[in-house]
Design a protein around this ligand. Structure first.
Ligand code: HEM
Ligand code: HEM
Length: 180
């Protein structure tokens, strides 16, 4: 989106979130569908629950930056493609929020964060826990589709000569050149 220039803070938060989300989606679905040993299953579960719990405050920070930026952006001046990109980005934020909330609420045990902190299990009603598990799983399916759509759009833009990846470069000089 040409109307949006990304700050260094936003770029770091984007790549941190992308790495955690892509890893959690792939490893989570892998252990849920492939017959792996109980040790690997336990290890992935421990790592993913810890990692995504630590990720929550970073995501809230990122969401605040996104909302603050969106409020100061003149959406009316956007062309249809930019509006579509903004819609997909907003959908991604909404679905990640749902995945995080349902992940916490579906816990059927205390939330063990890297063996350092233990957060009490929020719900004890088994039926509710199982409902949140179902929502969590489907929200993860929707998130996977949005990620595929997002990465696909980036590839199509690049192939058409719109250098969108430079906007998300970790090097501020490359991002600066792109904005001019
Ligand atoms: C962006 C964040 C997250 C992503 C992308 C994600 C992704 C996934 C995926 C793909 C699965 C496998 C679903 C299936 O069984 O088919 C899963 C299961 C699970 N998730 Fe999440 N999740 C996230 C956040 C959380 C959080 C914050 C918690 C709790 C603190 C959590 C707890 C669990 C638990 C307990 C399971 C069941 C399997 C296990 O014990 O690992 N998730 N998650
Ligand atoms: C792994 C490969 C990925 C690539 C190559 C990539 C690339 C990009 C690029 C180039 C932009 C800037 C688009 C523009 O406005 O011109 C962007 C923005 C964005 N990306 Fe990604 N992305 C990836 C993964 C992800 C993942 C996994 C998520 C979250 C599920 C995500 C969420 C977003 C969001 C919400 C934005 C809007 C800007 C913001 O609010 O920070 N991306 N991405």
């Amino acid at each position: 989106m040409k109307a949006l220039g990304y700050s260094t803070q936003r770029v770091w938060l984007h790549w941190l979130s992308a790495a955690i989300i892509v890893w959690t989606l792939i490893s989570g679905f892998y252990v849920a569908t492939v017959d792996v040993s109980p040790r690997i299953n336990q290890w992935v579960s421990f790592l993913n629950v810890s990692l995504t719990t630590v990720f929550i405050p970073f995501f809230v920070w990122r969401l605040c930056v996104f909302v603050a930026h969106a409020r100061h952006t003149g959406v009316r001046t956007f062309n249809p493609m930019e509006r579509l990109a903004l819609l997909v980005h907003t959908l991604i934020y909404l679905v990640i929020s749902l995945v995080l909330v349902t992940g916490v609420l579906m816990m059927d045990r205390p939330i063990n964060v890297f063996g350092l902190v233990e957060i009490v299990q929020p719900l004890s009603n088994r039926e509710l826990v199982s409902r949140f598990f179902t929502i969590h799983m489907w929200a993860c399916v929707v998130l996977s589709l949005l990620v595929v759509l997002h990465v696909g759009a980036v590839i199509v833009h690049e192939l058409c000569g719109h250098r969108v990846l430079r906007r998300m470069s970790l090097c501020s000089r490359v991002r600066g050149e792109q904005r001019q």
